[in-house]
Write a protein that binds this ligand. Structure first.
Ligand code: F0G
Length: 470
């Protein structure tokens, strides 16, 4: 099948500008920082941007998780919270929204994505099982490991190459999966763990053709297929823009079609769904519904709130409808592409093509003189903060953690810094400031020597590890 190479926003829309389908009704002042203050703050934070205080940050691109601006409709929904312990009206709104937009039969609410990952991992994985997926995500893989499983990456090779222009770098390599099934046996594989888009690959999408073929392969071996739907709406927008036959279908229709190839999904609603907290697990099989409904009351809350307040479920139910609108998605990803185009024009190495939720700076290419065990991406994130008070996130060797068997660092091919764009929060002027800051840090790249780790927590070390300059 021939697929077009991804186009820039300019190529896609000609010379006409696009703008957000909303106007601003309320603003939140942010602190303008100065160099001495930033030097103090990053030292106190152990050169880890997760340990900075938010009040010391000027433009916060740490994550797109829980950082969206809610609409006036969502805030109005917050006033309609039915805070009953059991059977809240808001739960039924949420259930209906998930059924309508994603098409799954059963819903189990959770406090956020990893709550749902915990439930599905515990319910389906046995000691010694193998879970194939299209690149790891930190919390997803950890829950699979804690349940006794081993994650195996079966994403296409192009995903590990920051300069490959493949339009669907999130795709599963079906040959790799087939070989794995042959090696370990289908009975050792409780499900395939598919994410759309793929966060750690740079927010890269999976094509409809790939999920359809994956489904057929899973069916031949009697293996289930579950989706990490955290950024599936963004994935659908890329299918609409890039895949033959989808140009005139809506994002909502594409999401629904994609989900028909899967047996269920888990969701961090803090991303696509435009809320500050929330998540869910949804499925078509009654056995998983029963197991998850039972586990949710142990770890999250009753099966009709799962750790969320009624008002949060209402804002989420409304957010789902807003998230799946084409105009919203065009401006959301359009803003990310705008920043990506500025950096590309200035020759700064970033993961190409630009993904849905973030720009990923290629720290390995920028700091080619810093070895990976001196944490180039961690170093770059710290330098960016020092330069301008912009907070980004390391997505390299620190995030990859240690191999549970050998205890060594896992050295991922991608050593990246993520500039994650919150939804409906920053303006185009903020993006200009960010691009100029990245350029300033890039121009000073020779002066930097890297970091050494002086404190390392056991789980998900990137959140709390501390560093010092070498
Ligand atoms: N799956 C994906 C693809 C994610 O990106 C995240 C969170 C989760 C699951 C877990 O969801 O945070 O609600 O428990 N990603 C955040 C990020 C933390 O910054 O990318 P959660």
């Amino acid at each position: 099948m021939t697929q077009p190479t991804p186009m820039t926003m300019g190529q896609q829309f000609g010379r006409r500008s696009w703008a957000e389908p909303w106007k601003i009704k309320m603003v939140e002042p942010i602190k303008m920082t100065d160099r001495p203050g930033r030097e103090r703050a990053i030292r106190d934070a152990g050169y880890n941007t997760f340990l900075l205080r938010s009040e010391d940050v000027y433009i916060d691109l740490l994550t797109d998780s829980g950082t969206s601006a809610m609409s006036d409709r969502q805030w109005a929904g917050m006033m309609l919270g039915d805070e009953a312990y059991a059977g809240s009206r808001n739960f039924y709104h949420l259930e209906e929204a998930v059924q309508n937009y994603y098409g799954y039969k059963y819903l189990v609410p959770t406090h956020q994505g990893r709550g749902a990952e915990h439930l599905i991992s515990r319910a389906l994985i046995k000691e010694g099982d193998v879970i194939p997926g299209n690149m790891y995500f930190t919390t997803t893989r950890l829950h699979q490991e804690l349940a006794g499983g081993r994650f195996v990456d079966v994403i296409i090779d192009e995903a590990h190459d920051p300069v490959s222009l493949h339009p669907f770098k999130g795709n599963v390599d079906l040959d790799k999966l087939e070989a794995l099934i042959k090696e370990v046996g289908a009975e050792k594989i409780p499900y395939v763990s598919l994410a759309g888009t793929v966060n750690m690959a740079g927010g890269q999408p999976v094509s409809m053709a790939n999920v359809a073929a994956l489904r057929a392969l899973c069916d031949r071996h009697g293996i289930r297929l579950y989706l990490d739907a955290t950024r599936m709406a963004e994935n659908a927008w890329f299918i609409q823009q890039r895949e033959e036959g989808y140009g005139d279908k809506s994002v909502a229709a594409i999401v629904k079609e994609f989900c028909t190839y899967t047996d269920g999904a888990w969701m961090s609603a803090k991303k696509d769904h435009l809320v500050n907290i929330g998540g869910w697990l949804a499925m078509n099989h009654a056995d998983l519904f029963e197991a998850a409904s039972n586990l949710v009351v142990v770890y999250e809350g009753l099966h009709t709130y799962g750790g969320m307040a009624g008002r949060d479920m209402e804002a989420l139910a409304i957010g789902i409808g807003e998230a799946l609108q084409d105009d919203h998605m065009t401006s959301r990803i359009g803003q990310v592409l705008y920043l990506g185009e500025l950096l590309t024009d200035w020759g700064i190495p970033i993961v190409q093509p630009v993904g849905g939720h973030a720009i990923f700076l290629d720290a390995k290419a920028i700091y080619a003189h810093v070895p990976q065990d001196r944490f180039p991406a961690q170093t770059l994130a710290a330098q960016l903060y020092l330069d301008s008070g912009i907070r980004a996130m390391e997505r390299g060797v620190v995030s990859a953690g240690r191999d549970p068997v050998t205890g060594d660092h896992r050295y991922p091919k991608l050593e990246l810094v993520r500039l994650t764009i919150p939804r409906r929060v920053y303006t185009q002027a903020h993006m200009d400031v960010v691009a100029e800051a990245v350029k300033a840090v890039y121009d000073e790249r020779e002066k930097v020597q890297g970091l050494r780790m002086v404190f390392e927590p056991q789980y998900l070390r990137f959140f709390q590890a501390r560093f010092e300059p070498v």
